[in-house]
Design a protein around this ligand. Structure first.
Ligand code: ADP
Length: 167
């Protein structure tokens, strides 16, 4: 078995069953992984970093070899600081490819020894994105089966805050 440590970075706002599908596939190749929540200053997330960490910790409970963390730095610097050498990303469709390709090559330019590995989710998740989940949930639609029960519940709370003007 590989002893390589892999990092799965993302905004995870919120973590969906598509993200989980990628983690489950990745864990077959990389038994040691860190799921790293990007606290990007340029994005205004619906969920705080703490909420996103709580959601992911709940989702990966029972999966071995997975640590959940947040990072504020440049991804490659974070990856190196953790002693990891692989970055895992999910590819849903051609539309993901261009951005992922650019980012992988930029990261390689900064840190040549870090490899990017791309995995494809089950086809049921190819249309699923955190953005769409938020849109549907904040308009009062159901996202059952697309996110965990905890995320469903937390989205309903955000929806209530949104409706009452507190969000
Ligand atoms: P980012 O803002 O870094 O793209 P996301 O949370 O949107 O963060 O995505 C994190 C990673 O998970 C990305 O590689 C993205 O392509 C992948 N991903 C997101 N949704 C899915 C999905 N439904 N199936 C497979 N991969 C996904």
């Amino acid at each position: 078995m590989s002893s390589i440590l892999a990092v799965c970075p993302g905004t995870f706002d919120p973590f969906t069953n598509g993200h989980l599908d990628i983690l489950e596939r990745a864990s077959k190749v990389f038994p040691q992984m860190i799921v790293a929540v990007a606290a990007k200053p340029d994005k205004v997330p619906l969920f705080t970093v703490e909420e996103r960490l709580e959601i992911i910790r709940d989702a990966v409970r029972g999966m071995e070899g997975i640590r959940v963390d947040a990072f504020h730095a440049l991804l490659v610097d974070y990856v190196k600081a953790q002693g990891a050498s692989v970055v895992i990303r999910g590819l849903r469709a051609i539309s993901d490819f261009e951005y992922e390709f650019q980012m992988a090559l930029m990261n390689r330019r900064i840190a040549e020894d870090i490899e990017a590995v791309f995995l494809m989710p089950h086809e049921a998740y190819t249309y699923l994105s955190s953005r769409l989940v938020k849109e549907v949930a904040l308009l009062g639609g159901t996202v059952k089966g697309l996110v965990s029960p905890l995320v469903e519940r937390m989205l309903r709370e955000k929806y209530d805050q949104y409706k009452s003007g507190r969000l």
